[in-house]
Design a protein around this ligand. Structure first.
Ligand SMILES: Cc1cc2nc3c(=O)[nH]c(=O)nc-3n(C[C@H](O)[C@H](O)[C@H](O)COP(=O)(O)OP(=O)(O)OC[C@H]3O[C@@H](n4cnc5c(N)ncnc54)[C@H](O)[C@@H]3O)c2cc1C
Length: 316
């Protein structure tokens, strides 16, 4: 028995979490790319998270935290890791959301942003309209400081609760999260699992909030290739300009390798046209980075998180 087998046996003995072995990451990500991960664990309750992470760490392994997999590009090779997923496993457990006094919502990290925006809207709370079309969980959105149309998580987060490396529960203030553009403290330190957050909003008119959400959803549908598998914007916005604009100016719209291509609809997205493998996407990314650097002297930094057993240095 290897160490990873021992850890899986220990997690199985905990009984509450659901554990699935050798699940293809293509099933767990919006890119629909990726080989089998040794195991994915759905803790399905707050209480179960800590013992799962403890078991993985005691086995000398680093857990891979997973939300909705909407910002991930995974290798096609088998991944010798254990993922801990904040989403429900389909067994009936639902992430919680709770209205708090002072226009606030407490929610568990597996809550989808679209659902949170709906809860806010139906309760006359404004401030999350921008997030309704982002296909991520609250946990993934906090880590990435997800944002759109002038809004971002840093503007609405009051506190974030994590299981810390010492395996203790810790509640962090907004300042402690060190938010900046598509970045937070959780990007520099992968070891904290986000379990929940409190969001601070403002009172608003539900009809106006709904109308704003509909308008933004239409803009998304008109401009983005949401009918094709992707991980959203492939690159971060560089200091000087917009990634999509630079890629288009470089003549790379539609540039294709295998099943992966720069979207014809929005050059900021690389899409899976069908049957794309991880190396197809990496080749497209590499070519785009080289061309944008050669033509404009601007380095594009990936926004998607790349999950590989061995990564080229520039993607770590
Ligand atoms: C069609 C499309 C449109 C998109 N539009 C936008 C947009 O407008 N703006 C934007 O910012 N992004 C956008 N994205 C990207 C993506 O949806 C966001 O980054 C989202 O916040 C990721 O959430 P997730 O739950 O899917 O995280 P995942 O992809 O599962 O994970 C992302 C990172 O967060 C970590 N993580 C996940 N959950 C936890 C947790 N509980 N604790 C600690 N770490 C965790 C993972 O390890 C990983 O490093 C888009 C993606 C798609 C496919």
């Amino acid at each position: 028995m290897t160490e990873i087998d021992n850890v899986i046996a220990k997690i199985r003995a905990l009984k509450t979490p659901t554990i699935i072995e050798n699940e293809p990451m293509s099933k767990l990500t919006t890119f629909k790319i990726g080989g089998p991960i040794r195991a994915v664990v759905f803790p399905n309750s707050f209480e179960a998270v800590e013992p799962v992470i403890t078991a993985i760490k005691r086995g000398g392994l680093e857990p891979l935290f997973l939300g909705n997999g909407s910002n991930l590009l995974c290798t096609d090779d088998p991944i010798e890791r254990i993922a801990v997923c904040s989403r429900p496993d389909g067994s009936g457990y639902q992430p919680y959301t709770e209205l708090l006094p002072g226009s606030r919502i407490a929610a568990s990290s597996g809550s989808l942003l679209g659902r949170l925006a709906m809860v806010a809207m139906t309760n006359g709370l404004s401030g999350l309209e921008w997030s309704s079309g982002i296909p991520g969980t609250l946990g993934g959105a906090v880590k990435m400081n997800a944002g759109a149309y002038g809004g971002e998580m840093s503007q609405v987060i009051e506190t974030v609760t994590v299981i810390s490396p010492s395996r203790k529960e810790l509640t962090l203030s907004n300042d402690a999260c060190q938010f900046s553009y598509r970045h937070s403290r959780f990007c520099s330190d992968d070891s904290e699992f986000i379990t929940a957050a409190v969001i601070k909003l403002q009172p608003g008119d539900p009809a106006e909030i709904q109308s704003k959400m509909r308008e933004l959803s239409k803009r998304r549908k008109d401009k983005q290739p949401i009918d094709l598998p992707s991980a959203g914007s492939t690159f971060k916005r560089p200091k000087d300009g917009y990634a999509a604009e630079l890629i288009e100016k470089a003549g790379l719209k539609g540039y294709r390798t295998g099943g992966a291509a720069v979207s014809e609809k929005h050059s900021g997205f690389i899409v899976n046209l069908g049957g794309a493998v991880c190396s197809d996407v990496l080749r497209v990314m590499e070519h785009v980075q080289e061309e944008v650097l050669r033509q404009f002297g601007i380095e594009l930094e990936p926004e998607v998180k790349i999950i590989d057993n061995v990564l080229p240095i520039r993607y770590r």
